[in-house]
Design a protein around this ligand. Structure first.
Ligand SMILES: Cc1cc2nc3c(=O)[nH]c(=O)nc-3n(C[C@H](O)[C@H](O)[C@H](O)COP(=O)(O)OP(=O)(O)OC[C@H]3O[C@@H](n4cnc5c(N)ncnc54)[C@H](O)[C@@H]3O)c2cc1C
Length: 507
């Protein structure tokens, strides 16, 4: 006979807490907090600081041994490469303001990154294809003028030509429900065949696992976010919005035609922003506290950690990505659509390898170190210090979507071996020259379960509105709940919104 949910949770630490049997713990010496924030990523820290600024007592519970969540810098690898959140742009108003408020400098990498991207090499089926030969190459599946585009530019050009909206700020509005279809079906309806979609969208995908599991409205949201950040500033709006003006907050780009474009990083590592924010949180931030259960009622809430400790407060702000929240026992269960969203919202799989070269092998074979491939290496981006763009400190290997899932199956050590072997196959000059300094799978990471949240076809229409609705005294934040911005900015947007909801609820 199957366990009922109540019987199951009662047999675990979580269940003991839900039944009121767990030991209650508070932060040492600080008494019961008004609000518990789960997660010390950008959204949780923003919520904690906003609540404290408004006079509430906060306790932060964080599963990892560090703050930052999906903002994670490898401080001990040359050049401090980013494993998570990479860059901010012009419309990241909250991030720019937070950097100023917490004393973190922003460095503008725009000119440097543009130069680096131009030098990206194309490798298909293990062979190098010079971009000048691509238009006539037998592997090129595109037609007409699109044959001149490298594979990584094809989907953008399709969206620019065919996206049914000019600039969809209110992407979630029910009026657009008929476009909550897969990107695959949309591209196919515009004449794309399977080979085009596979190479031009699914290979090194930006969202989701394949074009079948990404809603066109999700794509429209991302396009809008690109547009307000970069397209409009650079005057090449891909969805048609008018060019905007506005100066980047810092960086020495004045003489550059891209002077108004911000591709910003936080000096010496993006994790410096959440670290600086965490230092301003007055309440305790308890690390290594994996949340396994949340109990919510009309008058308060409690949170149980894997060590059996129970923390109580008037309200809880949960910033856990849904890919991890679905493993938590929430009692009572959220309303059915919200619970369905928690169980099913998609995330893009991403695994990274950070490779340090002993010698610049690209000077031997005469190609750029950066690559776009259809093999296990996915996309390789050379990391260059802002003050010396000619120098390469490390190479970041981005395994995304199906490629990320594929490489994860081999485990960490075999994955590293495969990456080096693939480098040596594609670039024989790299033989014996490479060390994998670090790797990270966001998909198998127990505290993220993937990167960006992805609305799958039909999910915007069915689930979007239910995602962040407060469940009694349980409030939801995290980038997956943001509607006006994405990524790091979306995280701050969501922390701000959730803290206002809490203040309205508990005064
Ligand atoms: C490879 C990569 C590249 C990216 N590039 C960019 C970019 O260029 N620009 C951009 O804007 N954004 C980018 N992002 C996205 C951006 O980093 C995230 O959207 C943002 O940091 C999410 O913040 P968050 O607070 O919502 O979630 P998180 O940072 O994930 O915070 C949630 C916190 O909850 C904790 N947690 C989870 N489960 C539990 C549990 N059971 N118990 C206790 N704690 C738990 C986690 O440890 C984490 O600290 C990128 C992300 C990745 C991974």
């Amino acid at each position: 006979m199957p366990f009922s949910r109540r019987e199951f949770v009662a047999s675990t630490a979580a269940g003991a807490a839900l039944a009121g049997l767990g030991s209650t713990a508070f932060a040492a010496g600080s008494g019961e907090p008004d609000v518990i924030v789960i997660g010390a990523g950008l959204s949780g820290l923003e919520a904690a600081l906003t609540l404290e600024e408004n006079g509430l007592k906060v306790l932060v519970l964080e599963g990892r041994k560090r703050v930052g969540g999906r903002v994670y810098t490898l401080f001990d690898v040359p050049g401090h490469p980013e494993v998570g959140g990479n860059s901010i742009a012009n419309a990241y108003g909250r991030c720019i303001a937070a950097a100023k408020k917490y004393g973190v400098e922003i460095v503008n990498l725009a000119p440097l990154l543009m130069a680096n991207r131009a030098g990206q090499e194309l490798f298909l089926d293990g062979a190098h294809i010079a971009l000048k030969d691509w238009a006539e190459h037998p592997r090129n599946p595109f037609v007409g003028d699109a044959r001149k585009l490298p594979p990584w530019a094809w989907a953008d050009s399709m969206f620019k030509q065919h996206m049914p909206f000019k600039d969809l700020e209110n992407w979630y509005d029910t009026n657009h429900a008929q476009y909550d279809i897969s990107v695959h079906d949309f591209l196919a309806s515009k004449g794309a065949n399977e080979a085009m979609i596979r190479l031009g969208y699914d290979t090194n995908i930006s969202y989701g696992t394949t074009s079948h599991d990404v809603s066109l409205l999700q794509q429209a949201f991302s396009d809008h976010w690109q547009n307000v950040n970069r397209g409009a500033v650079m005057g090449f709006s891909r969805t048609g919005a008018a060019p905007a003006t506005g100066a980047a907050p810092s960086g020495g780009a004045a003489a550059n035609p891209m002077a108004n474009l911000l591709v910003g990083v936080f000096k010496d590592g993006n994790q410096n922003l959440p670290i600086a924010m965490s230092k301003k949180v007055k309440g305790d931030i308890l690390h290594g506290r994996r949340v396994v259960a949340i109990n919510t009622s009309e008058s308060g809430a409690s949170v149980t950690c894997s060590d059996g400790k129970v923390y109580r407060a008037k309200a809880v702000v949960c910033t856990m990505p849904f890919a991890t929240l679905r493993d938590v026992a929430i009692d009572p269960l959220p309303p059915s659509l919200q619970w369905k969203a928690i169980r099913t919202l998609g995330h893009i799989p991403i695994t990274q390898f950070h490779v340090v070269p002993k010698k610049p092998f690209w000077e031997t074979d005469g190609l750029s170190p950066s690559m776009w491939t259809d093999g296990p290496l996915g996309v390789v981006l050379a990391q260059r210090p802002a003050d010396d763009p000619k120098r390469v400190t490390s190479l970041t290997v981005w395994c995304r979507g199906q490629n990320g899932l594929f490489i994860d199956r081999y485990g960490v050590e075999e994955g590293k071996r495969m990456i080096i072997a693939e480098f040596e196959r594609l670039r024989p000059a790299s033989k014996g020259q490479l060390t994998v300094a670090a790797s990270h799978s966001w998909t198998t990471d127990p505290f993220s379960g993937g990167d960006w949240a992805i609305f799958q076809p039909g999910q915007v229409r069915e689930l979007r509105a239910a995602i962040a609705v407060p469940h009694k005294r349980l409030f939801f934040a995290g980038e997956h709940t943001a509607i006006g911005s994405r990524g790091m900015e979306g995280a701050l947007e969501s922390g701000e919104r959730a803290s206002l909801e809490v203040m309205n609820a508990i005064g």
